[in-house]
Design a protein around this ligand. Structure first.
Ligand code: COA
Length: 114
């Protein structure tokens, strides 16, 4: 599926932020398919809270809309409170929380022959 990276440039060649987006066939809480998905979003610390993040997401949303999407989705770590607040300020609503699990797989058992 399609993907894009939008960068914010300050002066000549000084990159200060990016938004990475792609299309997903489905996303939690969404009612349409495909949906635009914000895979990555970053702004240099010294330039945060100046509107760059909003502009980057707006460009990612325009990209998804141009590809026929009606919804945009994203995620954030549970502990990343500032990202959650920024998402909400941009009009995103929380739809789901997920707990991840893992375990080591034990070595394969030998098959017993009878
Ligand atoms: C999340 C991030 C990209 C936001 O970028 P930004 O340039 O600061 O965002 P903006 O200045 O465009 O702010 C967008 C809106 O979010 C709000 N916002 C941003 N950071 C916020 C914070 N820490 N607390 C509360 N609101 C916040 C702004 O007030 C603004 O809303 P407004 O226009 O109504 O005032 C930036 O904080 C960042 O790079 N964080 C570290 C990486 C990260 O966590 N990325 C997200 C991974 S899910």
């Amino acid at each position: 599926m399609a993907a894009t990276v939008i960068v914010a440039e300050l002066g000549r060649g000084k990159l200060v932020g990016f938004a990475e987006a792609d299309l997903r066939p489905f996303a939690d809480g969404c009612r349409s398919s495909p949906v635009g998905y914000l895979e990555g979003w970053y702004v240099a610390p010294e330039l945060r809270r100046t509107g760059i993040g909003r502009a980057l997401v707006g460009a990612a949303e325009d990209w998804a809309r141009d590809l026929g999407c009606h919804e945009m989705a994203s995620d954030a770590e549970v502990a990343n409170a500032s990202s959650q607040l920024a998402h909400k300020a941009l009009g995103y609503s929380e739809v789901h929380r997920l707990v991840h699990f893992r375990r080591d797989l034990p070595a394969a058992k030998l098959k017993r022959e009878t």
